[in-house]
Design a protein around this ligand. Structure first.
Ligand SMILES: NC(=O)c1ccc[n+]([C@@H]2O[C@H](COP(=O)([O-])OP(=O)(O)OC[C@H]3O[C@@H](n4cnc5c(N)ncnc54)[C@H](OP(=O)(O)O)[C@@H]3O)[C@@H](O)[C@H]2O)c1
Length: 378
């Protein structure tokens, strides 16, 4: 670490002022060395030259000692800053257990059929990634005892037919939550479909009224989108305080960036939202006490962007070529994990960070929806 020139000068002055005392032994030596020289201007010049030389040497020596101390301090800080891993998998497993207990309590109270929460998924077309996500959600539902109902629809379904499917699910008393898997084909008006989902079944939290309430001070939406909710839950369960902190969100999408920014504001953080037009991204990220990266760019955030001790939440899921892996690729986040982990105080891995939390929050929202509908206290 370099000292600023002003600070370095003041330090030099302070030490230089103490020189006569420190170097009193040297004065005798100097006397010895220059004792034989004639007195007068030449002697004074020689004395000044020697004194200057000593000061330069002192300065150099002091600089070296200072640098060594600083290097030592930086190493110690770096040792301390080996980021604690925020284990989303473990946290999500805990939440799934809580949901399972909630589901059992509902079944005990309202009977196996009426009391079992039901989640309907609507999948349009044959995108393999969407099909995988839906499959994962059904598997997670089964694990906690939530019944899943699937509507698999053709790619060329009309807008009206899709609206009808959603309306029918709205009317079904055994369906407590409805999830329309995004993205929808381009001929479908996504906004209209999401607005059709009954507010009390909007477990994905994308209904405009829920999003609107999320954006307003003093209002509470019925449901909050699952990935942002999972991020907040991770922060809460790891005792990360947000009030007064500077949170930087990378990305402004409807499903992650914007809702998480609104939640962070509600939690009293000061929030900066960055996007593809933001200038000096590294400089802004460097100010973050808490960073949420959701851009979908593999390992974009580097270690020298991170403020030492920051909390880093990596939402990105990107595949990166990896010939050493069986699949030929591996999943990485938006943050260069290994290098950033040594600067951050806490960091989420990819995979195993925010991903498992998203599904856990969907299950939680679904159990909450059923509890509200059935009249049980949540
Ligand atoms: N962990 C989970 O459960 C979960 C859930 C959802 C998504 N994800 C992952 O999270 C990532 C983001 O998802 P998303 O749906 O929010 O993505 P998205 O809709 O594509 O939005 C990406 C955002 O990042 C911004 N952006 C893109 N490139 C940028 C750059 N070079 N510099 C600064 N900003 C940039 C975009 O800015 P503009 O607005 O200006 O275009 C946009 O706001 C993806 O990797 C996705 O797979 C994970």
């Amino acid at each position: 670490m370099c000292l600023g020139s002003g600070r370095r000068w003041r330090l030099w002055r302070r030490c230089a002022e103490g020189l006569p005392r420190i170097s009193s032994g040297c004065t005798g030596e100097r006397k010895q060395t220059i004792g034989g020289a004639s007195s007068g201007a030449a002697t004074t010049q020689t004395r000044l030259a020697v004194a200057f030389g000593r000061r330069v040497l002192w300065d150099l020596g002091l600089g070296l000692v200072w640098r060594a101390r600083e290097a030592n301090r930086v190493v110690k800080v770096a040792e301390k800053m080996t980021g604690v891993v925020i284990d989303g998998k473990e946290t999500a497993a805990g939440i799934r257990k809580e949901v399972k207990r909630q589901v059992q309590a509902l079944e005990e109270k309202y009977g196996a059929e009426a009391g079992t929460p039901g989640l309907a998924t609507v999948l349009v077309g044959s995108r393999t990634d969407s099909a995988t996500y839906v499959r994962m959600k059904h598997k997670a539902c089964a694990e906690v005892g939530i019944k899943s109902i699937q509507r698999q629809l053709p790619e060329d379904i009309t807008q009206e037919a899709l609206l009808e499917v959603v309306r029918a699910l709205n009317q079904d008393p055994l369906v407590h939550g409805i999830l329309v898997q995004l993205p929808l084909p381009s001929h479908i008006n996504e906004e209209a479909i999401l607005a059709e989902v009954a507010l009390e079944k909007d477990v994905d939290g994308f209904h405009p009224l829920n999003i609107g309430k999320l954006a307003m001070k003093g209002r509470q939406p019925l449901f909050v989108p699952c990935t942002p909710l999972g991020i907040m839950e991770l922060l809460r369960r790891h005792n990360i305080s947000l009030a007064g902190k500077h949170a930087v969100v990378l990305g402004r999408s409807n499903i992650v960036g914007m809702p998480v920014a609104m939640l962070l504001v509600k939690a009293n953080a000061t929030v900066t939202v960055c996007h593809s037009q933001t200038t000096d991204l590294p400089g802004i990220v460097k100010q973050a006490d808490v960073l949420v990266a959701a851009v979908g760019r593999a390992e974009m955030v580097k270690a020298d962007w991170i403020k030492p001790g920051a909390v880093v939440i990596d939402v990105g899921i990107n595949s990166k070529d990896d010939p050493s892996s069986k699949k030929g690729y591996r999943l990485v986040g938006d943050v260069a994990y290994d290098e950033c982990a040594s600067v951050a105080s806490m960091i989420t891995p990819v995979p195993g960070g925010t991903g498992p939390m998203t599904i856990a929050m969907l299950l939680q929202n679904c159990a909450t929806a059923a509890s509200r509908t059935l009249g049980a206290s949540t």
